[in-house]
Design a protein around this ligand. Structure first.
Ligand SMILES: C[S@@+](CC[C@H](N)C(=O)[O-])C[C@H]1O[C@@H](n2cnc3c(N)ncnc32)[C@H](O)[C@@H]1O
Length: 247
């Protein structure tokens, strides 16, 4: 009988809790763009800001963001014990455990978020289960917002193709749309977050040139480009924020 390996996010517990805050100028750029996408989603879809249920909240990296977006109560879920301890200092309430361990004991929320978590779930079946369980925590009429990387404009050692690293992966947006549909979700919007400076193959050299990557102007410029393109297109965004309802 084949030995069942535990899902990647369990094998990698404690290794995937880094966030935009650990990413210097590039991290700040990503965060500014993600915030713009969230603002856009909240306004367009009248997303409730009474409470955010943040699945995979790490050490509370989004606490300031959530408050700036108007959320009144911050409720997190996080399996990494060290991260939970820190998250409890900045969130109102944090559950310790993997989503599947705590899903049965949490009250649904009108707004549920999973930022930067699916990128760390390598197995298709585990992604489907994660989305299904996240959806089960969405109160009637509410929304699940989750971020996914688009491998076509992200660039990894596999180029612009789907890629499996030891603790993260990239897929096509079609892959994530199919899995979300299998999990019983209706995607009502897809909003680009950030466009990478190496979105074009001709700009691949930027990805490998630390000197260029350290320049603040580079990131400020691509933040402007991302903001200008966001209302009009999902291409060539490296990441998308999916806004979903239970179907
Ligand atoms: C890269 S961090 C993202 C943190 C934060 N959401 C952000 O965007 O800054 C991913 C977090 O998700 C957590 N995580 C991974 N799989 C999970 C699961 N199945 N249930 C709950 N949290 C999970 C990890 O422990 C990690 O702290």
């Amino acid at each position: 009988m084949a030995v069942q390996q535990e899902p990647s996010y369990r094998r990698n517990l404690g290794k995937v809790s880094y966030t935009y805050k650990d990413g210097g100028a590039q991290g700040e750029f990503m965060n500014a763009c993600r915030m713009a996408a969230w603002r856009n989603a909240i306004e367009k879809h009248s997303i409730s800001t009474d409470c955010i249920l943040d699945v995979g909240c790490s050490y509370g990296s989004w606490a300031e963001n959530w408050r700036a977006l108007g959320f009144k109560k911050l409720h997190g879920i996080e399996p990494n014990p060290e991260a939970v301890e820190k998250a409890r200092l900045v969130f109102d309430e944090v559950e310790h455990g993997f989503l599947e361990e705590v899903v049965g004991s949490i009250e649904p929320s009108e707004t549920v978020a999973a930022n930067g978590v699916i990128v760390h779930i390598l197995e298709r079946e585990a992604e489907r289960r994660f989305l299904e369980e996240s959806a089960s925590l969405v109160a009637a009429g509410g929304h699940l917002l989750f971020s996914v990387i688009n491998c076509e404009y992200y660039v990894t050692p596999a180029g612009r193709e789907p890629f499996d690293g030891p603790n993260s992966c990239t897929r096509t947006l079609d892959h994530h749309r199919d899995v979300a549909a299998e999990a019983g979700l209706e995607i009502i919007d897809q909003i680009g977050t950030f466009i990478n400076p190496w979105c074009l193959a001709e700009f691949d050299f930027v990805a490998n040139t630390e000197g260029i990557k350290a320049e603040g102007d580079l990131w400020a410029g691509w933040e402007h480009v991302s903001n200008a393109h966001r209302p009009h297109t999902l291409v060539p965004f490296a990441e998308a924020l999916f806004v979903a309802r239970k179907s």
